[in-house]
Design a protein around this ligand. Sequence first.
Ligand SMILES: [Zn+2]
Length: 447
Amino acid sequence: MSPCFDVEKKSGEKVISTHAMTIAAAKVLQYKSRDVAVKTVSRCGNVRISVANTLNASKAAIQRHSVPLGGESLSEGNGQSIAPHLRMSEIINFSTLLASFLDQEERVAMHHKFAGAHHLVSESMALGECRGYASFSNDGDDVEGHSSSSNKMESIRVDRVLYRQARPVTSVASMSYDEFHEFLQAQYPAPQSQLALHSKMLFERSLTPHAWNFYRKSEGVAATVLVHSAMTEERGEVPSSSSSSSIHEQLVYNTGLILQPIVSEQVTSTLASLQRACFVLAAATATPADPRTQAGGCVEDASLAAVAAAWRSTLLKRAQEDRTNIQDLLSFATGDYESAFAVAEGCRLPTSTIASCANNIEPLRKLLLGNDSTQTIELDSSEGAMQRTPIDFFCRCSKEDFIRVLKSCSREQLEGAKGQVVTCKYCKKDISPGAEEWEQLISSAQA
Ligand SMILES: [Zn+2]
């Protein structure tokens, strides 16, 4: 009997060890895929930098809100436009980047109106929680008081809730398409004015110009901003039979960065040429979401097609396979491969070797920056300079909060609302007070 027992024991151990390995592998994958924001400064202290990967949080937002969101108005075919989904992801990324510069429970609430009728809201707390929702209205009315009445005008409003401030600090910036186009022509004259040819696609399909404009107008600084998301679906439409759950699965990239000058004169030209590179990257990879705006699209333009191909084979491929988004984007923006590696490693993020990263990213830098690719920004990778914040889609709504709101209602209002279920607009959780709680509310309410 004993040999048989041994065999059983051995195979049992094998099962256990295989199981343990599966759990370990799953944990590694989970850890590598973790959403995270990383901030640091340049070595000489003239730029502060934040990079964030919010792929999972954005997937959660899309999944919860079935974002199709009137998508039919953006798409003339039978499919649904993925534009609102990409924009939702980018808004979550941008609010996370802004929040990373705040402290602990300080937070930003970001409202973005685009394509005339989509209203996206994202809230991010400095300590890493974020939540968002999307709504759609065809009436063209301003949503929550900020102007963007025409299709050609897009706006971002940010309310920062800060310690030691009784009220939120509000900043609003809007931009028309014509204004953006003129800026590109003036800022990046020939032979670079080719970028202006793609200004419409960039304006309509990417948050990057609007995020950049927000910094320029409301913060008064010429920061470099890239907020970048991508779907596996390249035609820009998903079949109408696709549910939102399959749409969120198609989101494969959602990473962004801000380089904000502290002493602006020293880095103005470096950040301006980097911003141009970010615009080209965003234009080249912007998914053609609306068949009506395909004129001047990337397919016809060989140089943009080359950028898109280079992006797919480097940043996107490595993000999907090795999860090296943060190291790669930091390397792309700064050209400081050694420190980008040290920052990613110091923040316990997936890394690839310095040589492998440089071999992949440097050609993309050369392609987008040309001679300016020799301008590098050295990063401070010392422990005191950098900070890593794990990001989660998380909503703090509770039944207690809802009951607190109901306490301000009249008895008549409460009688009418009794028994109703309320759904949280951020996380879609159903909140319903019990019969006893309703009775208590009604009996203590003013008639
Ligand atoms: Zn909620």
